[in-house]
Design a protein around this ligand. Structure first.
Ligand SMILES: [Zn+2]
Length: 234
């Protein structure tokens, strides 16, 4: 896959004369027949990223041949593969088998979920903690799955507001609970590293659905849980 204008684009591939070809910025390239097709497309994407990094390096005035930079394009391409792996995660597979019927209708809070994301405006990291709460109607989800949902959405180019909303919406969709609340605290490197260096403000975003939206007492109970947290990373 490759990303253009923020959306996912299929890498163009074709079969011609019994051989597989991939069309990328270098033109048509022959794909070795015995290799996995998808793996090949991926490799071609990585190469494109490496070329782009090389271009950035030389255009900021660096000597791309000097020792410390020789493998930098390769490292960066590999790093993006990991930091932006969330595009490839299938949410259905992610929660598969981790839903349980239960007779419990009190608030479930999973707090202090550490996340690292990348702001889509500057491609710089933002990071912090996510707090998720829901009130089950019939189903609950395995404890480890909420942090994995957070990670799936965090490992994409994001804005914090959308990250917050996507987590809430997916939990709602999967569990159909009475209510969902998500609060995210974020420190943004793009504001910390640029401009006038004073305080480092952190941004707090929230999404409240169902009973958390409708009922102030429910909301307050959740906020009370968060206040008990005393291990903020900031
Ligand atoms: Zn930014």
């Amino acid at each position: 896959m490759s990303y253009l204008n923020g959306t996912k684009q299929e890498v163009k591939t074709a079969s011609l004369n019994g051989k597989n070809w991939v069309l990328n910025e270098q033109g048509m390239q022959l794909v070795e027949e015995d290799r996995d097709y998808e793996a090949n497309a991926r490799e071609s994407e990585k190469k494109n990223i490496e070329d782009a990094v090389r271009s950035i390096l030389s255009n900021v005035g660096e000597d791309i041949e000097r020792e410390g930079l020789q493998r930098t394009p390769h490292r960066v391409a590999k790093m993006y593969d990991e930091l932006l792996a969330g595009y490839e995660v299938d949410p259905v597979k992610l929660v598969n088998g981790a839903l349980f019927d239960v007779d419990y209708d009190e608030m479930i809070v999973v707090k202090d979920i550490e996340y690292f994301s990348m702001c889509e405006h500057h491609m710089l990291p933002f990071y912090g903690r996510t707090h998720v709460a829901y009130i089950p109607s019939e189903k609950i989800i395995g404890l480890s799955k909420i942090p994995r949902i957070v990670e799936m959405f965090a490992r994409r180019l994001q804005v914090q507001e959308r990250l917050t909303r996507q987590i809430a919406d997916l939990v709602e969709e999967i569990l159909e609970p009475l209510g969902v609340a998500v609060v995210i605290e974020g420190a943004h490197m793009c504001s910390m590293m640029r401009g006038v260096k004073k305080e480092h403000p952190r941004m707090v975003t929230s999404a409240m659905l169902g009973s958390f939206k409708e009922n102030a007492m429910t909301r307050n109970e959740f906020m009370q849980h968060l206040r008990q947290t005393n291990n903020s990373p900031f």
